[in-house]
Design a protein around this ligand. Structure first.
Ligand code: NAP
Ligand code: G4F
Length: 348
């Protein structure tokens, strides 16, 4: 049985990837962070009591800032595949916490690669690594961005991802390690964190429709993104590790829409006009913005035989439908006298 180790298993992508690998028959190990409240919501449906028979999902406490712990986990799990998805992944927050972001996203990647390198050296076992790169690395480079487009990062997060990317290339060349760099454009879903703009919008649409919220405060409406569907993208990660040789891959839909267009489409799903509800709050502007991301992924698509299945309209539809249902549940609670916490209205 193949064993996979996932950092960031509690995140959007980690949860879909864990599902995919379990479906494929893998034993899946995930690294989770200790928190004072439960942070495993996205994978709770996969969790099994470790005392039961035939358990294939195992969770380990660890952190990308803790190299010793990472080594211990790698040595005890003895993985065939490692997916490095853990990150402080919010671009705006990386301006508030640049040093921490660099430590987790940049140096954390190096710690993990080094732990795997030493494990391979001492045991002779071959391990394949997926490194979660980002279209943010292209930053200010004009669209369309291709694999050979030079990086021009515009945030501490993006700079740290560029470092992670180059650690991958260097460890491949220096030590012959199998490290695949995936450069993924934005991908969203019903499990997207609520402080990213798409989910912030669809959560607000549901709550506004149910009378729980009046306004939606956003920042730059003109930014354009190439938005795909997260379950499609984790399939590409797996495919990258099934190739004969390691390489770099760009994953995108090839279509870009503005934040304004996303909001327009999301409000239209419930028969509302976005302009009646959206207001601009400069607190959501970034010191340096990434204006336009649009990926040209033809070569990668052909190489991996991968295609995105869910397009922009379907993505908006699915996210709105899900958040409308969530808001209906909140409305029921609110009508029964419970306080509904509207955190995503002000955060992110
Ligand atoms: P996400 O939902 O923000 O999940 C991030 C994961 O990393 C969570 O499990 C989080 O744990 C974990 N994490 C945070 N700090 C950590 C630390 N110090 N040590 C170990 N784990 C830590 O992100 P995502 O959208 O799934 O993205 C997955 C990866 O792809 C990230 O590396 C992201 O930067 C990258 N990426 C994402 C996109 C996208 O559009 N989604 C595009 C390109 C690249 P908690 O749950 O405890 O917070
Ligand atoms: O949803 P966002 O916060 O995502 P962003 O910055 O594109 O980063 C995401 O995608 C990257 C891949 O390209 C990942 F690497 C990264 O980890 C993350 O998953 O913002 C999208 C756009 C930005 O231009 C932002 O300025 O939306 C604009 N925006 C406008 N109003 C807003 C808001 N973003 C947020 N989060 N909140 C707003 O109110």
């Amino acid at each position: 049985m193949k064993r996979a180790l996932i950092t960031g298993i509690t995140g959007q992508d980690g949860s879909y990837l864990a599902e995919l690998l379990l479906e494929k028959g893998y034993e899946v190990h995930g690294i989770i962070r200790r928190a004072s409240t439960f942070n495993t919501d996205r994978i709770d449906h996969l969790y099994q009591d470790p005392h039961e028979e035939g358990v294939r999902l195992f969770l380990h406490y660890g952190d990308l800032t803790d190299g010793t712990g990472l080594r211990r986990i790698v040595e005890s799990v003895r993985p065939h595949e490692v997916y490095n998805l853990g990150a402080q992944s919010h671009v705006k927050v990386s301006f508030d916490q640049p040093e921490y972001t660099a430590d987790v996203v940049g140096t954390g990647t190096l710690r993990l690669f080094d732990a795997v390198r030493d494990y391979c050296d001492t045991t002779g076992c071959a391990v394949r690594i997926y490194q979660a790169g980002s279209s943010e690395m292209f930053g200010a480079a004009p669209p369309p961005q291709r694999l050979d487009t030079p990086f021009y990062p515009r945030s501490p997060y993006a700079v740290a991802k560029v470092a992670g990317y180059w650690y991958g290339v260097n460890y491949r060349e220096a030590y012959g390690m199998f490290i695949a760099n995936g450069i993924l454009f934005n991908h969203e879903s019903e499990r997207r964190g609520e402080t990213f703009v798409t989910r912030k919008i669809t959560r607000a649409v549901g709550r506004i429709k149910h009378g729980l919220q009046d306004k939606l405060f956003l920042g730059n409406l003109e930014a354009k993104r190439d938005w795909g569907y997260a379950p499609d993208y984790v399939e590409a990660m797996w495919l990258m590790l099934q190739q004969d040789v390691p390489g770099d891959y760009l994953i995108a839909t090839g279509e870009a829409y503005s934040v304004r267009e996303f909001a327009e489409a999301a409000f239209a799903e419930v028969g509302l006009n976005w302009q009646d509800y959206v207001e601009i709050d400069p607190r959501y502007f970034r010191p340096t913005e990434v204006d336009y991301l649009l990926g040209e992924a033809t070569a990668t698509r052909e190489q991996l035989g991968w295609q995105p299945k869910v397009g922009f309209a379907e993505l908006v539809k699915r996210m709105v439908a899900y958040d409308l249902e969530l808001a209906a549940q909140e409305k029921t609670l609110s009508d029964a006298g419970h306080k509904v916490n509207l955190r995503s209205v002000t955060h992110g």
